[in-house]
Ligand binder design. Sequence first.
Ligand code: SAH
Length: 354
Amino acid sequence: MSGKVYLVGAGPSDAGLLTLKGYELLQTADVVVYDALVGGEVLGLIPPETRRVDVGKHAGSHPVPQEEINRILLREALEGHTVVRLKGGDPFLFGRGGEELELLAEWGVPFEVVPGVTSAVAVPAYAGIPVTHRDCCSSVHIITGHTKKSPGARTDYRALVRLGGTLVFLMGVAALEELCAGLLGGGIDPATPAAILERGTTARQRRISGTVETLPQKAREAEVGTPAVIVVGEVCALAERFSWAEKRPLGGRRVIVTRPRKLASRMTAKLRALGAEVLELPSIVTEPVAPNPALDEALARIGEYGWLVFTSPTGVRVFLEHLRETRFDLRRLGGVRLAAIGPSTAGALEERGL
Ligand code: SAH
């Protein structure tokens, strides 16, 4: 029986912007196929035992061609696997999500689409730019700045300028100069506010602000790289008052949490709540010593001991599991005093009635 493919939007990077449905699917997938725009925080949510296929572009290597990605999805599904195809932002918005469904549809492979929070709206929001605002715009237009790939789709700047709404360009970093020149040629007021927003929703997000006339020069000076969203319109001026992400206590900080995976999530959540970008990189694994003759020997003579000292909640858990496995009667601990190092360790003992 064939498996199923879930085309899932990962959001722009911040793991908090992954949908609940996307998160749940990541927990149950057999394989996750992802590309370069998926944030490190989101990748950290994939269970360690789940198979991952990276089809994104990385320094020194080429991205996997689209046809090959389509074939990978088909092959995995036909082998009966549950596949999550994880894409940056929303899978359909300039994401080639539709192309990936074509082959599946042809072969009758079942699929579902889980929309994502698109960078076109979220990246401006994290920079303090609402894409629409009261009286200043009656429309938003999302445009690809990468017209080279589809030469038929030339941007009609005159029409864009006439519409007068907020303009959001994706994939436009390399073409920024050309875009601004096009808008000026289309008759836009050269003083119209504009901004380029690099690596939005991450700790390294940057906003370079200017006008349609000055932005290309400013972006060059700041050496803006990809990915970045370009916004043109009166709403850009609001960022001066509305920027918020960098102002959080840990805004702009990246933190790596090395605790064992099971124990990391509470600390990660706290750091994220303070605005940090948090990557979980479990570098510690705690395992029970088994067999443990020294412990068995000490337990056999437990009556001779005055104190039992616990150094961590894990120590408490492993010790009591050992007692259960060896059918050791807890009442035999009655004569021994208990000491705990730290409140969590004490809490772990209290939770177990000690
Ligand atoms: N499907 C995606 C867009 C894919 S096109 C979405 O809905 O967001 C890729 C473009 O998205 C990039 O060139 C850039 O313009 C934009 N982009 C994606 N993530 C971004 C981020 N974290 N910060 C800035 N721009 C981003």
